[in-house]
Design a protein around this ligand. Sequence first.
Ligand SMILES: Nc1ncnc2c1ncn2[C@@H]1O[C@H](COP(=O)(O)OP(=O)(O)OP(=O)(O)O)[C@@H](O)[C@H]1O
Ligand SMILES: [Mg+2]
Length: 244
Amino acid sequence: MPKYSTTRIIRIASTKGGAGKTTVSINLAIALASLGKEVILIDGDPSNASVADHLGIQEPYMSWEDVAFLARPLNDAIIKYTPGNIDVLPGVDETGTLNLSPDQILYLTQQADTLDYEYIIMDTAPGILIPEITTTLPQFVSESIIVSTPDEPTIKSNNKLVQLYQENTLRYGVVLNRVGANSYEMPIEQIKNGYNMDILETLPEDKVVPKSIGEHMPAILLNKDAEFSKKIVKLADDVVNRKY
Ligand SMILES: Nc1ncnc2c1ncn2[C@@H]1O[C@H](COP(=O)(O)OP(=O)(O)OP(=O)(O)O)[C@@H](O)[C@H]1O
Ligand SMILES: [Mg+2]
């Protein structure tokens, strides 16, 4: 019997690359842990697995793809990231796509059923299609946070994902990231009025983020008083209280 009967699996998505999915995934996972939640962060971006690098987790480590290839327990690949009080399942450490046979996918899916956490936060590859990891690892994705920058092409593009979620009645919230970075970005009211999307939270452009990536230390741990870090804690609170 799983300890948590109501695991929340949150897919961090965006149609566009570089919007801040990995940054939000990592910092949100740690913020949820700081609120006392039991959290695992999964790197579900086979096109560019970067969670381990952001966290300064050194190779060698096992990815979930290795788990499937070697038919090992998923537990063997889970790393305790003690500075952030979270567990981490690293992704495929090579650029490319999944290369698993149907049997290996089935094995991985069965293994994923053993994950027993309150929150599973899944970083994903950019795009509108449900990435392969979502159909292999926990298929029962319950909700999604869409990360978008506030420029018109990115908003327009992410709006398609919003429509897809609305059609499939998947619970979602939009997080606007890097707000204040550019003079040409759209005012938030204009986004709210022009598009039928629920804006959950806004995260500012903040130099703590590039600094944190350079130092392989999540922003929220590097400087908890930075504007970005404070907003991430607010986002974690929104998530816990299901404000979307
Ligand atoms: N709030 C922010 N303030 C300043 N810089 C940011 C912020 N969020 C993200 N960045 C910068 O944007 C870049 C991309 O961030 P990140 O890797 O999190 O995006 P991503 O959506 O995961 O990208 P990819 O699609 O390539 O996986 C990083 O170099 C990071 O420093
Ligand atoms: Mg990323």
